[in-house]
Design a protein around this ligand. Structure first.
Ligand code: AMP
Length: 484
């Protein structure tokens, strides 16, 4: 790891402040390589895994380069899944918060009109899945004329999921004068082809050919018959005492079955699979991130690309059918330089797949004995005292950022001809408050929101109800900042 700091890139004070609040102390390797290239305006092809800090690697330099006054979107990020789209949007918004950068996420299974309304406002960054992004382009909700940055995130996953033609069709519509960034864990032929066709003299950045994650994570397996899996799982839980754990199953049905068993035993847990409604999935991920429950029981598809920090354990309740899934699964732990543990429960029949996985990752996974009754009894007592009690909510990473910001709702919007300038004018008429204190102003149909930075927030919240906006006093109140 390098000893460089974010200051070395000559970033703005606003961006440095966001990074500080997010506790990004120094650049990760991928950030160290990518940020200067993008700041120079070069195309980049980056071979890296999730968990390497790649989202910030593209979001930081892009935030520095955006023109705030520009009305049409300047950045398009395409991602394979809805969850990833939401997470990238969140990360981008956090990094660009003090620069007043606005981001929107567009993805299927959410009413298109809600997204249309968002796109109609000034948004600088649009993050979307290929299908829904195409829909918005066709309906002219998304104007591509001023796109200057294109990011293809997890390109290999988009290929696997059959989105590559849609991606290519979108790329063809974009202005040629742009910076293109492609991030992918692997570089299959089709992805190389996309790079060759749509990128100009790209800088190729490859981070450690070997899979560093796999080596950093303690891995072992237990051979166990299917009928005994749940009781063995409990012995693992009592001896390992995971603080936060993802349990992987191969099918939705298995997820549901394990969820019922876990709940019956009184564990705090929730399920995540593709059959769940979109909002429920997002809520679940958010709840897990905030530490509302210890165990997330998931299928591969639902968990791909999740940015969840501090997962202490991954348990494969079933051996994955694809080698790559194993790498993705265990990559949920041991993130951002932390230690992680990955345990696999394998039946005799599944051992064949596990050996294939070992060959694929070029790392041998040792078998361990099932914990003894004595170990379990000792661990169980401690676990029940600390862990089985209701988990304490973990503060969200963005919370430190949000504490710096006061969000205020004004009960009047476009229908009353409210414009951002009216709100800006009223706020800056307050003594001691300047335009620099004001963040994103969001005028919706019947109400408006404004973010105010630092100490000015309280002053504005107190004084604004006494000031005429559009010729009259408005109902004004502070609201909670939601991250999605
Ligand atoms: P990603 O590879 O984008 O999935 O990022 C993995 C995780 O690392 C995210 O949850 C980020 O919040 C976190 N992260 C990214 N950059 C840094 C950094 N420089 N320092 C600490 N954490 C980081």
């Amino acid at each position: 790891m390098n000893k460089r700091s974010f200051e070395d890139f000559g970033l703005s004070q606003e961006t440095l402040k966001s990074l500080f609040k997010l506790r990004y102390e120094k650049p990760t390797e991928v950030q160290y390589s990518v940020i200067p290239e993008v700041l120079k305006g070069r195309d980049v092809i980056v071979k890296s895994q999730t968990g390497s800090g790649k989202t910030a690697a593209f979001a930081i330099p892009i935030c520095e380069k955006l023109e705030l006054e520009q009305k049409n979107p300047q950045v398009l990020v395409l991602t394979p899944t809805r969850e990833l789209a939401v997470q990238v949007k969140e990360d981008f918004s956090h990094i660009g918060r003090f620069k007043r950068i606005r981001c929107a996420a567009v993805f299927g299974k959410q009413p298109i009109d809600i997204q249309k309304r968002e796109l109609k406002q000034r948004v600088h960054v649009v993050v979307g899945t290929p299908g829904r992004t195409s829909d918005h382009i066709d309906k002219k909700n998304l104007i591509l004329d001023d796109i200057k940055y294109l990011v293809l995130d997890e390109a290999d996953k988009m290929l696997d999921m059959g989105f590559i033609d849609q991606v290519e069709a979108i790329v063809k519509l974009l202005p040629k004068d742009r910076v293109t960034m492609l991030f992918s864990a692997t570089m299959p032929q089709e992805i190389e082809e996309i790079c060759r066709k749509y990128m100009i003299n790209p800088e190729k950045i490859e981070l450690q050919a070997k899979n560093p994650t796999v080596e950093k994570i303690a891995q072992w397996y237990h051979e166990v018959e299917d009928s005994r899996k749940f009781s063995v799982l409990k012995t693992i839980i009592y001896t390992e005492k995971p603080e936060s754990c993802i349990l992987f199953c191969n099918t939705r049905e298995k997820v549901q079955e394990l969820l019922s068993e876990m709940k019956r035993e009184g564990f705090y847990c929730a399920a995540l699979h593709g059959g769940m409604e979109q909002n429920k999935r997002l809520e679940t991920v958010q709840g897990f991130k905030h530490g509302e429950f210890h165990f997330l029981i998931a299928t591969d598809v639902a968990a791909r690309g999740l940015h969840i920090d501090d997962v202490s354990h991954v348990i494969n309740y079933e051996v994955p059918m694809e080698n790559e899934s194993y790498v993705h699964r265990i990559g949920r732990t041991g993130r951002a330089g932390k230690e992680g543990t990955a345990i696999t429960l394998s039946t005799k029949r599944e051992l064949r797949f596990l050996h294939e996985i070992e060959e694929y990752i070029q790392h041998s996974i040792q078998e361990k004995d099932i914990p003894t009754d004595k170990e379990v009894a000792e661990g169980k007592e401690a676990f029940e005292r600390s862990i089985k009690s209701k988990p304490k909510a973990k503060p969200d990473k963005a919370e430190r950022l949000n504490r710096e910001i006061t969000k205020i709702r004004i009960n009047s919007g476009k229908k009353s001809k409210m414009r951002p300038g009216d709100i800006l004018g009223a706020i800056t008429s307050i003594e001691g408050v300047s335009a620099d204190d004001i963040g994103i102003i969001d005028v919706q149909d019947t109400c408006s929101y404004v973010e105010v930075f630092g100490k000015a927030g309280e002053v504005v919240a107190r004084k604004l109800p006494t000031i005429n906006i559009k010729g009259k006093l408005q109902t004004v109140k502070k609201v909670r900042i939601r991250n999605f």
